[in-house]
Ligand binder design. Sequence first.
Ligand SMILES: [Cu+2]
Length: 361
Amino acid sequence: MALALVQQVAGSGGELPGPPGSGVSYNRVPFHMIANDGNVLEHTVPFDGKFDVFHDGNPDAWKGQLPSQTIAERYDIVVDFAKHGLKPGDKVYFVNIMEHQDGKGTKSKVPLADILSEKYNPTILNGRWINGDPGVGKFMELRVKAYAGADLAMNPVDYEPGKLAMIPLSINRHDPALQKGTGTATHHTFEFVRGQAQGGHGEPWFIKVDGGDKNLMDPHRISAIENGDLQVWTIKGTGGWTHPVHIHFEEGVILTRGGKAPPEWETWARKDMYRIGPENDSTGIMEIAYRARDFLGDYVEHCHNTMHEDHAMLLRWDARLNGAALVDTPMPTFDGVFFEPSFALPSAVTGDGTGAKGNIP
Ligand SMILES: [Cu+2]
């Protein structure tokens, strides 16, 4: 999905016309993104039509409009109602603009103007939806009410890039030492691959680690080992699907997306969801900087598409001290948990040996 925020106004004076004869039109409502994947950004990102959030020279396209979002990916925004002329009694709507054409995934964004004017108008014919996706459109109405209390919120304008920082990134992708250091960091590659067979039979979905063989899920196998050192991980996908890759318990920083600097909402973010694939606002490959800070032990990395994850697109990696023994594998049963020996891939410590690709933009 991808969400837009609009204000309904009486008459035809709004930026975008409403349905013919409706007597209403709409304005896009600017906002600031303040957190991504549940983590406060280093800087707020204005989706105000002026700031070039996607580095594509077209900031107006992003006014009041969030990037596409996968399963488990979270965006937090702050809307300054008073500043943008919203008054008690006004109606504000969230609009989904991403269209499904089948169950495989979203295809593309529908122009907001076509949705609001109902030029885009899905209808039912003989029990089937035609002319579009009924999931596209206004889906939540907010009614503005007067508030007499004191507004104690921080002003997100003060924390835009180049201004004050909210929570500085523990891994600062702009730090020259980091950029130099990533050239020597242990480097792992995780490739999210679609198997050959269809319909849940034969080869399922799997993750190829460091260019090795395809591996079906085995909790005894440790695909990568992190010693508290900064590592660079490449996450990439094949097969035409979007894979929302989730790494548990610790956040990383995106160094590159499709070989370039990531868009602003990812530049300032501590992420635990790494979206790869052909979907809008995505790329098929990204590099992240990653360091496990808190807990030693077993971690998981998986695709958050349930069907993919349940068909082996899931692996175990471990955080452990240098030289420490491998952590045994817990095997839950109805009679309690017992433990079996674990084993590590040959590349678990050494990685794929490539180092970071090129310079970090
Ligand atoms: Cu997937």
